[in-house]
Each structure stands twice: as C-alpha cells, then as structure tokens.
Design a protein around this ligand. Structure first.
Ligand SMILES: [Zn+2]
Length: 125
C-alpha cells in the first residue's frame, strides 16, 4: 500500500532527480506535506528500501543517500564543495578486472568526485 507519506517521498526524489539524504527528503517533503514527521519519514524510507522501491547509497564519510531504482546502472558524482550526490546519465563501464580466486562479483559502484555545475569555480574544501 502506498501511503500519502510514501508517495510524497517518491515525488520528492523524482523532482530532485538526484540521490537525497534523509534530512533532504524530510525538508523537501515538508514543503509538500507540512505535517510530515521525522520518524514517519524514517519508517517510510525503511519500508520502501525493504521493498526495493528505494535504493540506499552509502559512500565513505557521507550520510546515506536514497534514490529511486534506475533503469540502468549509472555512475555517481559527489561534489566536494556542496556535498551533493548526482546521478550521471552516462553508461557505466566497469574495468575488466581479474578478481582473486574465490571472489564472485555481482555488482560494483563507480563514484567520481569534483565540483558540480552549481559550484564550478569555487574552492574545494
Ligand atoms: Zn556542488
């Protein structure tokens, strides 16, 4: 069942078009549904993640971001100035690597970092 809260979260992510932290989802969600509570958002995010309607992205030293399942794998980009994470709409080519014996690889992440268009020219922290 899609509750009002869950559909607000999905709308927020569709509109943002980039992975968002729980805090960003809460702030943007409240703009649509002012009574939206922090605990409700946390619960809804957990439920949506369990149901694979949301994908959690964990990057070292960063708050977990959430995004809607994409049609194809894509690289991510972390802006070192504003800390936003973006989806890059370009094909993801993982390098061909010979993994050590016994390792079965079922996925991979490509993460680039630098400055986003909004922060271009600003100094990296
Ligand atoms: Zn930026």
């Amino acid at each position: 069942m899609l509750t009002e809260q869950r559909s607000v979260i999905i709308n927020v992510l569709k509109k943002a078009n980039r992975p968002l932290t729980r805090k960003e989802i809460l702030t943007k969600g409240r703009a649509q549904l002012p009574k939206l509570g922090s605990a409700t958002v946390d619960r809804a995010i957990n439920k949506l993640t369990e149901a694979f309607q949301l994908i959690g992205l964990a990057f070292p030293g960063q708050a977990t971001r959430y995004e809607l399942p994409a049609e194809q794998e894509h690289p991510h980009f972390i802006c070192r100035v504003c800390d936003k994470v973006f989806d890059l709409d370009i094909p993801m080519r993982l390098p061909k690597v010979a993994f050590p014996e016994g390792f079965f690889v079922s996925g991979g992440e490509v993460v680039y970092s630098g400055t986003c268009p909004g922060c271009h020219g600003r100094v990296v922290k």
